[in-house]
Design a protein around this ligand. Structure first.
Ligand SMILES: NC(=O)c1ccc[n+]([C@@H]2O[C@H](COP(=O)([O-])OP(=O)(O)OC[C@H]3O[C@@H](n4cnc5c(N)ncnc54)[C@H](OP(=O)(O)O)[C@@H]3O)[C@@H](O)[C@H]2O)c1
Length: 221
């Protein structure tokens, strides 16, 4: 467990995944820098964080560049379609930093991935941020899973992929703070599989009415 307090920027912190991640790690040994264009949503998020964690160390930021400049870890809680433009804005301040790709590049009908078969959202992000350590994480869990990571008596698995050993270790600790069971699935090229897994889980969730609270679990001896 890292004893140094790490600073995490969440870009798109106001809604859904961004706010779920912020709330679930606010009690950990982290300083949070929260950015969203919607200040009202950020205000509500702050109230919720303070209710559960009065000692939480966080602040609102006025732009993604400033947030990323101060951060050790950058989480992009945005649709993949917005990531290229965002990457251009933060590229110079994200050098050698961990950038977490949580995106599932899925079309509006939940029928297919929008990325080409030979790549993935995470690998595209790595191309746009060539000097950052892109890690795939948080994409195989729904926003609702963060409040209740134990489903049907089992701790939800959360898969991670990336090329940098230290960065994988750091993100593993982050997932443990949330309450998920982290599993390193492989290098960044595994990201496409993780994104396809979540497309399947979304399709099954719609078909079987899992109420957007479902997750993956590998059962083993
Ligand atoms: N929801 C889930 O359960 C879930 C699970 C796993 C992974 N993910 C992934 O998490 C990411 C965020 O998804 P979400 O469901 O939390 O919320 P979302 O509605 O996809 O987006 C959240 C944030 O993205 C910003 N945003 C949207 N379009 C933008 C654009 N074109 N340019 C810049 N910013 C834009 C929004 O800002 P504005 O308010 O200003 O539009 C908001 O701050 C996605 O990549 C998604 O695939 C979601």
């Amino acid at each position: 467990m890292s004893i140094t307090k790490q600073t995490i920027a969440i870009v798109g912190a106001g809604v859904s995944m961004g706010s779920a991640i912020a709330k679930s790690i606010a009690g950990g040994n982290y300083r949070l820098l929260l950015f969203d264009t919607n200040l009202e949503q950020l205000g509500s998020l702050s109230e919720e964080i303070l209710q559960d964690h009065p000692e939480a160390d966080f602040e609102h930021m006025s732009c993604p560049h400033e947030s990323s400049w101060e951060a050790d870890i950058i989480i992009l809680a945005l649709p993949h379609s917005a990531e290229k433009e965002l990457a251009e804005k933060i590229r110079d301040v994200a050098i050698q930093k961990i950038v977490i790709s949580i995106a599932n590049p899925i079309d509006e009908e939940f029928s297919k991935l929008t990325t080409r078969p030979e790549t993935s959202a995470a690998e595209e992000l790595q191309q746009w941020l060539p000097h950052s350590k892109v890690i795939k994480a948080f994409n195989t869990t729904f926003a609702a899973d963060f409040e209740q990571p134990v489903i049907d008596g089992k701790q939800t698995d959360a898969f991670i992929a990336g090329d940098d050993e230290d960065a994988l270790k750091t993100v593993t600790e982050l997932l443990e703070t949330v309450g998920f069971n982290p599993i390193i699935a492989g290098d960044l090229s595994v990201s496409g599989t993780l994104e396809r897994m979540q497309l399947l889980l979304m399709q099954l969730t719609i078909e079987n009415d899992y109420n957007w609270h479902a997750g993956w679990k590998i059962l083993h001896n």
